[in-house]
Design a protein around this ligand. Structure first.
Ligand SMILES: *Cc1c(COP(=O)(O)O)cnc(C)c1O
Length: 228
């Protein structure tokens, strides 16, 4: 069985090869370790191997893990669906949110971001695959929403996040990611982040400009949702 450190070096190699194939510097692509369903001990092991950024989907699970890892200088990213009644805790306990897709949620995060902290880094989630996903704004909603979020005082809009419909077809993967990049470019805002690419499609995402790849399975192993 491979360890998290082994998995991380395999991922670093995959990222380097994909970056070089795209004529990009490997250091322009950052790995977000997605630890949903995994214990705090696994995050601690990932930290020891060099991980500094951790992504979580469920608020209570994330807060529990943060409580067990207060001794580590980790940067926490919220990447799951956001209910209105969770925005205050997210604004207080995370540095990045990748899954904003409604103005109401962005306004609450801005109002609730504590003054003593840096503005909250935001990626606007875009639904690139139509009906395949319920989360994410539509390409039609994107320009107005991006401009409104960019104007909120306690947020810093960094770019877009997308989760295209899973496919093994490399050309289809790249087509979806390239659409995200083109839509981001068409906004004309100065955005520096594209959060796209997961364990199975990080190469295609890097080819199309990803700056964060969000990796769960390839780092921590398969998730088991069957256990309580
Ligand atoms: C679970 C999850 C990931 C990681 O997916 P893997 O396929 O396990 O790498 C990335 N992004 C989001 C939003 C997720 O929910």
């Amino acid at each position: 069985m491979s360890t998290i450190a082994d998995n991380l070096s395999t991922l670093a190699a995959r990222i380097s090869v994909a970056a070089e194939a795209a004529g990009r510097a490997p250091s322009d692509i950052r790995l977000l370790a997605v630890s949903k369903t995994k214990p705090a001990a696994a995050v601690r092991e990932a930290f020891a191997a060099g991980v500094r950024d951790v992504g979580e989907n469920y608020l209570q699970e994330a807060l529990n893990k943060q409580g067990e890892l207060t001794d580590l200088p980790l940067t926490w990213h919220f990447i799951g669906p956001i209910q209105s009644n969770k925005t205050r805790a997210i604004a207080e306990h995370f540095d990045w949110v990748h899954s904003v897709d409604r103005l109401k949620i962005a306004q609450r995060l801005s109002e609730q971001r504590p003054e003593g902290l840096e503005p909250l880094n935001i990626c606007l989630q875009l639904n690139v695959s139509g009906e395949a996903s319920k989360s994410g704004c539509t390409p039609e909603e994107l320009p107005a929403l991006a401009n409104a979020i960019a104007a909120l005082p306690r947020l810093r809009l960094r770019g877009l996040m997308a989760i295209p419909e899973p496919t093994d077809d490399r050309a289809a993967q790249e087509a979806a990611f390239s659409r995200v990049r083109e839509l981001q470019d068409s906004l004309g805002l100065s955005l520096d982040t594209l959060s796209m690419g997961m364990s199975h499609d990080l190469e295609a995402a890097i080819a199309q400009g990803a700056t964060w790849v969000r990796i769960g399975t390839a780092l921590f192993g398969a998730r088991d949702y069957g256990q309580p």
